[in-house]
Write a protein that binds this ligand. Structure first.
Ligand code: 2AM
Ligand code: CA
Ligand code: CA
Ligand code: CA
Length: 262
């Protein structure tokens, strides 16, 4: 994937798949309703017929392009990539399943392509709003057809921060201090929708512990916009494991790294 034209081609192709899938997601729910089950006997850890169907649609489309493709997907059914060598596709077929089931808003379809561990392209589709954020470092970042403005740096006291609600209420460091020092904090229940707030400029930082499929697309897009995407210890995220990751402007990053050390 050395040429910008090739990357742009993949962006256009996959953007088309995801826009179609977003429409189908709403139609399938309206037509057939949701079959909800829980995973690991946890009543808050949900999966629906549509999570599973969406993942299958996307895997089949990628395999038609590249029969040897490697995947990191949330739901069962596909062998997980064991290394980040070569091209790896990340799929979160519905991000914010609980929101999808209970509120029918603030959920997303997410996908990303990495090569040799580096983000190439990311896609986050806010399904109810019909807004697709897509692109990467080499193509620029777009909301539907509109190129997004480069990031303007802001300090924590002037910023809206998004945090994992559960980690905030149990008092995990540095969630409380980050939320308190910010101008305001938000809890959204969808990693993907949290990322879209950063891209739209309505928030400046997001702190959570994220699985690879929660992080992959958002990282590709956020880095393409100039956000720092780093673990709290300053290292780069390991895309095969969960990471306690801060996505933020450079100023906020410096402030939080200091907060964690003190
Ligand atoms: P999901 O809906 O794809 O599972 C909610 O705070 C966010 O965290 C969502 O993006 C959700 O993604 C994810 N999430 C839900 N349960 C989780 C868990 N047990 N561990 C890690 N992430 C989780
Ligand atoms: Ca889930
Ligand atoms: Ca998710
Ligand atoms: Ca999911």
């Amino acid at each position: 994937l050395s040429s910008q034209e090739k990357i742009k081609e993949i962006d256009d192709l996959v953007s088309g798949w995801i826009k179609t899938l977003a429409v189908q997601t709403k139609e399938q729910r309206a037509k057939h309703g949701l079959k909800v089950s829980n995973k690991d006997g946890d009543h808050r850890n949900l999966v629906t017929n549509i999570d599973r169907a969406n993942q299958k649609v996307l895997i089949d489309k990628i395999l038609a392009l590249d029969p040897d493709a490697h995947f990191v997907c949330e739901e069962a059914g596909e062998a997980r990539a064991q290394s980040m060598d070569g091209q790896v596709w990340f799929i979160d077929p519905i991000d914010g399943t609980l929101n999808f089931v209970l509120e029918n808003r603030d959920y997303a379809i997410m996908m990303a392509l990495y090569e040799d561990g580096e983000p190439v392209l990311g896609w986050i589709c806010d399904v109810p709003a019909a807004r697709l954020f897509h692109g990467g470092q080499k193509t620029g970042i777009y909301e539907n057809e509109r190129a997004l403005e480069p990031l303007t740096d802001k300090t924590l006291t002037d910023s809206v921060v998004i945090v994992s609600g559960r980690r905030l209420v149990v008092g995990e460091k540095p969630y409380g201090e980050l939320a308190q020092r910010a101008c305001a904090f938000r809890v959204l229940g969808s990693a993907g929708i949290s990322f879209t707030r950063l891209f739209a400029g309505s928030a400046q930082a997001y702190l959570s512990k994220l699985s690879p499929w929660d992080l992959a697309a958002g990282r590709a897009l956020a880095e393409g916009m100039g956000y720092q995407v780093k673990n709290l210890d300053g290292t780069s995220p390991n895309m095969l494991l969960s990471n306690s990751v801060l996505i933020a402007t450079s100023s906020i990053h410096r402030e939080v790294v200091k907060m964690v050390k003190d």
